[in-house]
Design a protein around this ligand. Sequence first.
Ligand code: PLP
Length: 495
Amino acid sequence: MTQTTTSPSPNTPDRALLMDRGVPGRRGIRLPNLDVPAQPLPSADLLRDDLPLPELSQPEVVRYFTRLSQLNYSIDTQFYPLGSCTMKYNPKINDQVALLPGMANLHPMAPAQAAQGALKLMHRLQQYLADAAGMATASLATMAGAQGELAGVLMIHAYHQRRGETDRNLMLIPDSAHGTNPASAAMGGFTVAAIPSDARGNMDIVALREAAGPHLAGLMLTLPSTLGLFENNILEICDIVHRAGGLVYGDGANMNALLGQAKFGALGFDVVHINLHKTFSTPHGGGGPGAGPVCAGPTLTPFLPAPLVERASAGGKEAYHFTTPAQTIGKVGAFHGNFGVLVRAYAYIRALGGEGLRQVSEDAVLNANYLQARLRNAYDLAYDRLCMHEVVLSAGRQKKQGVKGLDIAKRLLDYGFHAPTMYFPLIVDEALMIEPTETEGKETLDAFIDAMLAIATEAQETPDLVRNAPHATPVSRLDEARAARQPDLRWKAKA
Ligand SMILES: Cc1ncc(COP(=O)(O)O)c(C=O)c1O
């Protein structure tokens, strides 16, 4: 058989589409002679012979699709330093646990007596998460971080309404908050006002004091902030808000920075959400199902979204059932949340235990600070202080050399790395937000650092190389907005 196409080397982009690779007469399969009576074809108007299907051998088809699958960047193939939307390695065994027939095939309408094991798991998870956050209890019903935020602000709203303080409609949000926070507050019906950050990346306390007036409903604070920093004045901040009659909401999506080190409840927060699809063993960033449980302190527990799972004793035996908190904001989705994600989180927590969870935060913070220490001479630091789970660099220096943050992110693709989050947080010029996560080893971090250092040198010496990157990917710079809005996915025959 003559080979008309050569297999591309793994690093050589091969843009020929399958439809264009055919060679007339080539076959992928040879059908046996007909050994049953021939059947008549449908009528001619239902038949067509104008489909220019490519004629290919089996290996060509297999190689094409295998190669295509290899072009997918994934956490199973490489390091994924995406700040804020953390893609960390999650143990595969937790997927297997979630896929056990008793878990995966359980019908959401199964009566509680037939689902005691599942309810027990949910009850325990409620408590584990509440303990980790230093709160009274948790609702597992919310299915995303942003949904947890919305539930939290609706709880704050319901609390003020119930006390007759109906004109408390102001939600304060620092400018270093996650972008979903102001959106959730606005959806919850609040007027949103931003509090600026000071020169150290903390919230400007003077501005907070001025804004905390009689209309204050609450404050939403992302901890660690999107600058990757711990808020140094958190105790004072919670105190100011409480004295003004407001409540404090914590965005705890990035609990992997705090586990076993600091508890939201002890810091003064009234309600907090946690992203299980980030910290607790479900991949984040892949667009798959998530869970954003809401944990509440005593003040807001009665307002939690339904259902909660409660334990009772019946005839000397423990029994579990769903309950609805007294002043609940109601249901936030069908049934009981994303059960498979809850199972993964439960398995993860049980496998690691208290010590293991503490080590998660130690490693996450150590890894980010290692990157910061080794990259600080080549890039500007947004804030020159110890960071938490992620480090925010600025490509301000490179911008003066004519190379932007976007160019650096694109050049990283040539070195085999996924790009970090760029241009976020908005308050950092040319931001490159890098989260190594706790699951990467030193060799991987060193390889990434070497690539970043090499790119910094290239920005100085051969800026065009960086400006025109990537060079080794199948496609180069796309019009990403147009690609999303007007995807061109149909193959058209060449004229
Ligand atoms: C700090 C923070 N808050 C909230 C969210 C929103 O979570 P979700 O994407 O599940 O809505 C994220 C997302 O990664 C986040 O990083």
